[in-house]
Design a protein around this ligand. Structure first.
Ligand SMILES: C[S@@+](CC[C@H](N)C(=O)[O-])C[C@H]1O[C@@H](n2cnc3c(N)ncnc32)[C@H](O)[C@@H]1O
Length: 280
């Protein structure tokens, strides 16, 4: 039984990290003419109305995207992400927040495509409606982990896989690393991005240890926390695991993350971190 609904959390600090890094990965894929394929295992609905009761109930976006929206100067590393968000809000007012499929769609050229999996029976119709009539987007009512087996490797032999589960059960931390390992075995040259919440140190350390011991190479880690590790219970921050990242992404992240951190955590309680978990 799935109970997590991303509509309550859209545009929060976790989304900011995830989607701004995602935008840099997609921007890098566009640098070559050859077509690419974007595969997402846990797609959500694609677009979130920040005036809806769900978003208003938690107001998480007010300490997230809202803080970035009015920043007068933006580093070039954040510009692709904010351009994708502004596309949904052409009058300049922040009403809609783009989920990862909408961010990805912003970067697709006419010969690229994307494949989305979503299991929730309420979110699926919204996702289908979001991309109705769009021949470059395939939406599947499918378990995302099964989707990795079904859709990898893509015929384009270039592209990106985003794994962004809801972590409703603790076991999902292990499930994602196992799934990532299987996907990598099917398609070792693909680019992979995995998002994870930082709620407590032991689960994150276990995730990182499993990745280090997985045999996969070129694993970059980016973390952004708005609360200290020993802060109040809840999500202190989040991280992205990036496998086969584009050249110089680490350098780009070392400019992007401090800027995000300064916007989202003006009191400076949290931290940011970019490091190689496993090098080439
Ligand atoms: C964190 S949300 C995704 C948010 C989205 N990636 C974004 O950034 O806009 C996780 C989504 O995964 C869906 N979900 C949960 N378990 C799933 C599974 N096994 N396969 C596919 N989707 C699943 C949930 O219904 C939820 O919509």
């Amino acid at each position: 039984m799935l109970s997590y609904r991303h509509a309550y959390h859209a545009g929060n600090h976790g989304d900011i990290l995830k989607h701004s890094v995602l935008a840099l990965l997609l921007e890098a894929l566009r640098q070559k003419d050859a077509p690419f394929c974007y595969v997402e295992t846990h797609a959500g609905v694609g677009r979130y109305d920040l005036r809806a009761p769900e978003a208003q109930k938690t107001d998480e976006w007010r300490n997230g995207i809202s803080r970035l929206w009015h920043e007068p100067t933006v580093p070039e590393q954040a510009a692709p992400y904010l351009a994708a968000a502004r596309e949904l809000n052409p009058d300049g007012k922040l009403h809609y927040y783009p989920g990862s499929p909408r961010i990805a769609r912003h970067f697709l050229r006419e010969h690229d495509r994307m494949v989305l999996c979503e299991l929730h029976s309420s979110d699926l119709p919204l996702l289908k409606q979001e991309f109705a009539g769009d021949h470059q987007v395939a939406v599947h009512h499918q378990d995302g982990y099964q989707g990795l087996k079904a859709f990898l490797p893509p015929k384009e032999k270039r592209g990106l896989v985003l794994i962004d589960p809801s972590y409703e059960v603790k076991a999902e931390f292990d499930q994602v690393t196992t799934a990532l390992g299987h996907a990598y075995a099917r398609w070792p040259t693909g680019m992979y991005a995995l998002w994870y919440p930082i709620l407590n140190r032991p689960s994150v350390e276990r995730l990182q240890r499993r990745l280090r011991e997985s045999g996969m190479r070129k694993i970059l880690l980016a973390e952004l926390c708005i609360e200290p590790d020993d802060g109040p219970a809840g999500m202190h921050g989040s991280g992205m695991v990036l496998i086969n990242p584009p050249w110089q992404l680490d350098t780009q992240l070392k400019t992007l993350l401090p800027w995000l951190h300064q916007c989202l955590d003006s009191a400076g309680r949290g931290r940011w971190n970019v490091e190689w978990l496993v090098r080439e």
